[in-house]
Design a protein around this ligand. Structure first.
Ligand code: SF4
Length: 173
């Protein structure tokens, strides 16, 4: 039987990179949980792009409730941190924890995140959080061995929305 993978997806471009780098075979379900994204219009733009790609790639898509207030409360003490600092660590963990819990509750073999396929993110750090959360929640974390970025021409051909900033209000200004 094919293993199933619950894949936290931050945006369509990172999803493309993740799929382009995947050498294993899974039944993938997309999990668009991103309470960090500000404003709501941007959240929707990225969601629409993920919906389009899920449809093109024939992948199931799960969209949990958008909870920006709870996210802002959790990171409020770190709003002045530079991108890549403590605020981002909390942001990664919030999204990974929710994905791991959903994977466990719904009998997925693995969970992972497209955050690891972004050239702007620290893959080793995200993998370390993924492995820690996997141990705590007793569900397997999957990571990619190497990242192969999708060519710009391909993204252009697919006409997929590509965002200009990481996501939260502090990365927006
Ligand atoms: S900069 Fe990006 S990773 Fe860091 S807190 Fe904001 S949305 Fe999350």
């Amino acid at each position: 039987m094919q293993s199933n993978l619950l894949l936290h997806t931050c945006c369509a471009i990172c999803l493309l990179n993740f799929l382009n780098s995947l050498r294993e075979t899974f039944k993938i379900t997309i999990f668009y949980y991103n309470p960090n994204i500000h404003p709501f219009q941007e959240y929707e733009k990225r969601l629409k792009a993920v919906e389009k790609l899920s449809w093109l790639k024939n992948l199931e898509l799960i969209i949990p409730i958008y909870t920006p207030i709870s996210f802002l409360n959790k990171i409020k003490d770190y709003r002045k941190e530079k991108e890549g600092g403590k605020r981002c660590e909390i942001c990664f963990q919030i999204r990974l924890e929710k994905t791991a819990q959903f994977a466990k509750d719904n009998n997925f073999h693995y969970f992972s995140t497209t955050l690891i396929s972004s050239p702007q993110k620290n893959k080793d750090l995200i993998d370390a959080f993924g492995n820690k959360i996997a141990k705590e929640k007793k569900v397997n974390y999957f990571t990619l061995k190497e990242i192969f970025l999708v060519k710009k021409e391909e993204i252009k051909k697919l006409n997929i929305y590509s965002q200009k900033y990481c996501g939260c209000i502090y990365s927006f200004y």
